[in-house]
Design a protein around this ligand. Structure first.
Ligand code: SF4
Length: 401
């Protein structure tokens, strides 16, 4: 099969669901549980689940059901508000052009988002790659051009290559506000949480395409859980779920690769090489819902500090937050109240469903998001909402149906 349509064929999806049903029968016959809890770590997989309605297709057997637990693998969702504020503060400096991917513009900070900074006069531009930002820097030598770098290992190589290119082309007015995150420390933090009872994982194929498979070995070696690296088409994801269930039925815990047409065992040598050259662990980067996780975030190595926006504009603690206007003081107070009620962290860790948050659908929607999980199409709250679950009541009705 070569084309995406081949991986969306109804007969293929049906055959995979039938195969999953048979494996569920084997697990059910052991009679030890009512649910199998499988986490799809990546927001891209969450998006596939909802876009194609796959959860509704997953078969039950003798009272045993599959619960897909939506994980934190959405870089927009795990970015803490303080980093958005820092980014806005950089954007508001004189003679700065702030370049960002589109979905990052609406991530809420405590003092608004990057679109609010733009409304206050910041030059904020949407780009499709960090190289676009480098081009803008080359064309505007009198201004400082900052790229708002986000993402797991999927986007880390492109930022690293751009930093290397900026050095090679000697473009001193380019820098990176680095918020890249590593998958395996985040996954480890989930596995170390004793309140999360997960039976297995579907892991992101595009991350493994860069890193290779070995970064996941600790999941089976230390935590004895099955993990299958999977692609993003409906049949990929169903096959990944099938492979996880087959390991559970067989009492196994291995790292397997469903996405063999893209993921090779050792990953991308050029990508890993560029990442090793450019990045080191970030000393203070936190993740929303997790707090500080050892070595989860990265920053630029000292050799590249001329391209590090945090160094160029001051250390993160000393970057001034944008001062709220008088009119926004009341909005700020209201936001603080809402944030006390929001449950983004628990949704990110898969502890509750989005509809378990009291703000869902009424005080937090994709049009007026309180949490970042309502912003990105890969965020589970936005995925629920866009699937048609517009309120907590809708969810209860669906459960009763
Ligand atoms: S509904 Fe909004 S506030 Fe609640 S968990 Fe989702 S994104 Fe966070």
């Amino acid at each position: 099969m070569k084309y995406s349509d081949d991986f969306r064929k109804p007969e293929l999806v049906k055959n995979l669901c039938d195969a999953i049903g048979k494996i569920m029968g084997r697990i059910a016959s052991a009679g030890t549980r009512e649910k199998v809890r499988v986490m799809e770590f990546c927001g891209g997989h969450t998006h596939t689940l909802f876009k194609y309605g796959l959860e509704e297709l997953l078969p039950k057997h003798s009272g045993l059901s599959i619960q897909m637990v939506h994980g934190p693998g959405c870089p927009v969702c795990v970015l803490p508000m303080s980093r958005v504020d820092q980014c806005a503060a950089i954007a508001l400096q004189p003679d700065v052009i702030l370049c960002s991917f589109g979905d990052a513009l609406r991530i809420p900070g405590m003092h608004g988002n990057l679109l609010d900074a733009k409304a206050r006069g910041a030059d904020v531009r949407t780009v499709y790659s960090p190289l676009d930002a480098l081009t803008i820097a080359r064309k505007n030598p009198e201004q400082q051009v900052v790229f708002f770098a986000l993402g797991f290992e999927t986007t880390m190589p492109s930022t690293a290559f751009t930093v290397l290119e900026a050095e090679k082309q000697n473009i001193p007015n380019f820098s990176v506000f680095c918020n890249h995150i590593l998958t395996s420390p985040t996954l480890r933090a989930l596995l170390q949480d004793p309140t999360l009872e997960l039976d297995g994982f579907v892991a992101p194929g595009h991350v493994a395409m860069v890193t290779g498979l070995d970064i996941f070995n600790f999941v089976s070696d230390e935590f004895h859980k099955p993990l299958v690296v999977s692609g993003f088409e409906p049949s990929d994801l169903l096959q990944g779920i099938y492979m996880v269930l087959l390991q559970i039925a067989n009492g196994e815990a291995k790292i397997e690769n469903q996405y063999t047409r893209v993921v090779k065992g050792n990953g991308s040598a050029p990508g890993l090489d560029a990442m090793t050259k450019v990045y080191m662990p970030h000393p203070i980067l936190e993740l929303r819902g997790f707090g500080q996780i050892g070595n989860a975030g990265v920053c630029l190595r000292p050799e590249y500090e001329n391209f590090d926006a945090e160094k160029k504009f001051g250390h993160s603690e000393s970057i001034l937050k944008p001062q709220p206007t008088a009119q926004s003081q009341e909005a700020f107070r209201q936001l603080e109240e809402l944030l006390q009620k929001s449950r983004c962290g628990e949704v990110l860790k898969g502890k509750i469903e989005p509809t378990g948050c009291p703000l869902y659908g009424e005080l937090c929607t994709p049009h007026a998001p309180v949490g970042a999980l309502m912003v990105s199409s890969e965020g589970s709250c936005a995925a629920y909402y866009n699937r048609g679950i517009r309120s907590r009541k809708d969810s209860l009705l669906a459960a009763d149906a």
